[in-house]
Every structure is written in C-alpha cells, then in structure tokens.
Ligand binder design. Sequence first.
Ligand code: HEM
Ligand code: HEM
Length: 230
Amino acid sequence: MAIGGKAVPLSFVAHALAVAGAVMVLVWCIYFLGGLAWEATNKALIFNLHPVLMLIGLVIIGGQAIMSYKSLPLRKEVKKVIHLVLHAIALILGIIGIYAAFKNHNESGIANLYSLHSWLGIVLISLYGIQWIYGFLVFFYPGGTLGLRSASLPWHVLFGLLVYVLVVGNAELGFLEKLTFLESSGLAKYGAEALLVNFTAIVTILYGVFVVMTALSQPPPEEDYGYSAI
Ligand code: HEM
Ligand code: HEM
C-alpha cells in the first residue's frame, strides 16, 4: 500500500518532532525529575532512565530506522544496513530501558509486571526482537530464497508498522501512568511539569503518525541518488 505524498518532506516533519520529543523527555527527566543514574540511593533516578531510553531508543531511533528506506539519499544495499543497525540500536536501548524499570522496582521493593503498560511492553519488545531476527535471517544473512523474500516482504512491512504503532501507543500509556502517579502524590494538575508530560506524549503520537506516513509515501526517484561525478 502506498499514498501519494512525497516521503522526504514528510520525513523532515518527523525529524523536527523527533528533536522536540527528545529534548522534552530529557528536560522532564533531568530538570523536573532530578536526573538519570544507574546506581543511586535515590532509586527514582534509576527509573528516569526508562522514559528516556524508551522514547529516544525504541520510539525515535526505531522510527528513523523505518523511515531510512524512504528518506535517505543512498543506495538500497546501504539503506538496508542502516535499517537493520538502527533497529538493532533501538532494540538494545529498549531492552536496557526496560531493565532500568525492573532495576528500580527491585531495588525499591515495588512489584513487577502488574500493569497493562508493563504487560504490553514485554509482548512488544519480544515481537520487536522476533521481527528483527526474522528480517536479518531472511533479508540479510544468510538470506532467504527469492520466493521467500518476496512472500515475506509485505508481512515484514505490515508487522513492522503494527508493532511500531503499538510501541507508540504503549509509550502513551507509560506517560499517562507516570503522570497519574505524580499527580496522586501532589503534582499540580495544570502545572508546568504536567503540561510538559502531556505535550511530550502528543509530540510522540505526531512523530509516530509522520513515521508511518513517510513509510507509506512515495520514495524519491532512484536515479536522483545514483553515482555522480564529483
Ligand atoms: C514505548 C516503550 C515502552 C515499553 C516497551 C515499556 C515497558 C515497560 C515495562 C516492561 C515495564 C515493567 C517493569 C517492571 O515490571 O518492573 C514498565 C514500567 C513502567 N513504565 Fe514503561 N515502557 C515504555 C515506555 C514508557 C514511557 C515513555 C513511560 C513514561 C514515563 C513509561 C512509564 C513506565 C512506568 C511509570 C512504569 C512503572 C509502573 C509499571 O510497571 O507499569 N514507560 N515499562
Ligand atoms: C524490529 C525490527 C524491524 C522493523 C520494525 C522493520 C520494519 C520495516 C518497515 C516498516 C519497512 C517498510 C519501510 C518502507 O517501506 O519505507 C521495512 C522494510 C524492509 N526491511 Fe525491515 N524492519 C525491521 C528489521 C529488519 C531487518 C533486521 C532487516 C534485514 C535486512 C530488514 C529488512 C527490510 C527490507 C529488505 C525492507 C524492504 C525495503 C524495500 O525494498 O522497500 N528489516 N522494515
């Protein structure tokens, strides 16, 4: 499936939203929530790694990986390597981000895996890992037969977009959950921090929308990116 819009301008909007989202989540976790740490007596600082790594890693870098086929002025074989490496980085940062949430819970005596957000989170990171391994084996190394590759591609695209959209949705549940915790401990409902978190969540949704639109839109003509004598 493809839509009529041009991919490159759509991807520029996505890049701008990515920068905004990354800055906003860092301002929230560092300025408002006190900073990031792997080891700390204040265990909340360990939790703060979770939103930062999930948003910048899985959502933003994962989105860049998806758009790379449509947005980069490079040859297809180069874009394939960029696609798989960016997805690997997104997956690894996502796994470290989830580990940070477990580490915070374990060191603070909080139960694990009690929320819808956490259940969906485990399912989605597993599906993301399966998608990566299948993509790697079939499209890269050792590589499937031509028949398997062409039969797999539409499923790879559909499954990849579905998992990605659900990841964005789960990040929304995460923002909502954390803000609800903070508000029930006294955070002002219309204060600067509450507004920042809600707007970060809105920027995240818009980024997801532009990633999907970029993936479904028209790539630039290949010949624009051929070799040119310099
Ligand atoms: C989009 C990718 C995300 C995934 C896959 C994900 C996954 C997870 C998982 C598996 C847990 C459970 C940890 C445990 O049981 O010890 C968790 C906890 C948590 N996450 Fe996320 N998360 C994501 C994004 C976010 C974001 C952006 C926030 C925003 C603040 C957030 C807020 C929370 C909170 C408050 C908890 C602790 C409460 C709970 O276990 O539900 N998450 N997350
Ligand atoms: C979790 C990891 C992955 C996700 C979520 C994912 C998702 C996607 C999506 C959404 C597309 C469509 C992009 C577009 O049409 O612009 C795509 C295309 C593609 N992906 Fe992946 N992918 C992942 C991993 C991989 C890996 C590891 C490989 C191995 C090389 C791979 C190979 C490909 C190929 C060959 C295409 C087709 C590009 C084309 O000819 O249009 N993917 N992927």
